[in-house]
Design a protein around this ligand. Structure first.
Ligand SMILES: Cc1cc2nc3c(=O)[nH]c(=O)nc-3n(C[C@H](O)[C@H](O)[C@H](O)COP(=O)(O)O)c2cc1C
Length: 202
């Protein structure tokens, strides 16, 4: 499955059309437990396509206030060893160590970094765009037949851990998007009562 070629700048794009398959996917989508993701995962060409689709995300001002780090299993295993040394200094060291299993299981992990900075557009809007990138990346991975999991965990907020991942002091982790094949079917989880969350005005 190849993506359509990139359109020329300013070229008309196809209008949205009815897609029962996409609606069904959206109605039944679920994350997989990160530690249960296994091979096969996306190959190099598929990863390029995934990032292309993830980057096709709204952002106010065409700032593209995010960047990607593709983390293969070798790098993650190495980082997990270094993180384990930091985990023992945490208030709940056993838990901080245990969650590292989520970091190393999947065949491929994409670290989505928010590069938002004060300027012409509100930082909040730039950060929202990074979150939208994460969600688009998950949808794209699901459309390729992979399962995915959006994880942050303590190492997304620990300055020493962030340095290990190459996240700069001005940046934030939007998410680690783990991608692979689920070993067991996802089970439905509780969903919100929409009537409690929705106001409809005439
Ligand atoms: C920003 C963000 C960070 C998250 N971090 C974690 C995490 O660190 N650990 C975890 O178990 N789930 C985390 N989750 C939740 C899962 O990614 C997932 O959304 C949830 O388990 C199930 O939701 P779903 O099946 O509708 O996708 C996070 C979700 C978001 C949006």
């Amino acid at each position: 499955m190849t993506l359509p070629p990139p359109a020329d700048l300013g070229a008309p794009l196809p209008a949205p059309s009815l897609s029962p398959e996409l609606l069904h996917r959206l109605a039944t989508r679920r994350s997989a437990p990160a530690q249960a993701l296994t091979a096969p995962g996306p190959d190099a060409n598929q990863i390029t396509d995934l990032l292309t689709l993830a980057a096709r995300t709204p952002d106010h001002g065409k700032l593209f206030p995010w960047r990607f780090v593709v983390l293969g299993p070798v790098t993650r295993a190495d980082l997990a060893e270094r993180l384990a040394a930091l985990a023992v200094q945490k208030s709940l060291p056993a838990k901080a160590t245990a969650v590292l299993a989520k970091l190393t299981a999947a065949p491929v992990t994409v670290l989505v970094i928010s590069t938002a900075s004060p300027g012409s557009k509100p930082v909040w809007e730039q950060e929202l765009s990074a979150g939208a990138v994460c969600m688009n990346l998950e949808h794209a991975a699901n459309a390729m037949g992979f399962s995915s999991s959006w994880i942050t965990d303590w190492y997304s907020y620990d300055p020493d851990a962030l340095a290990l991942f190459g996240v700069r002091e001005t940046e934030k982790v939007a998410g680690f998007i783990h991608i692979g094949t689920a070993t067991e079917p996802a089970l439905e989880r509780v969903r919100p009562d929409l009537s409690a969350l929705t106001t409809t005005l005439p």
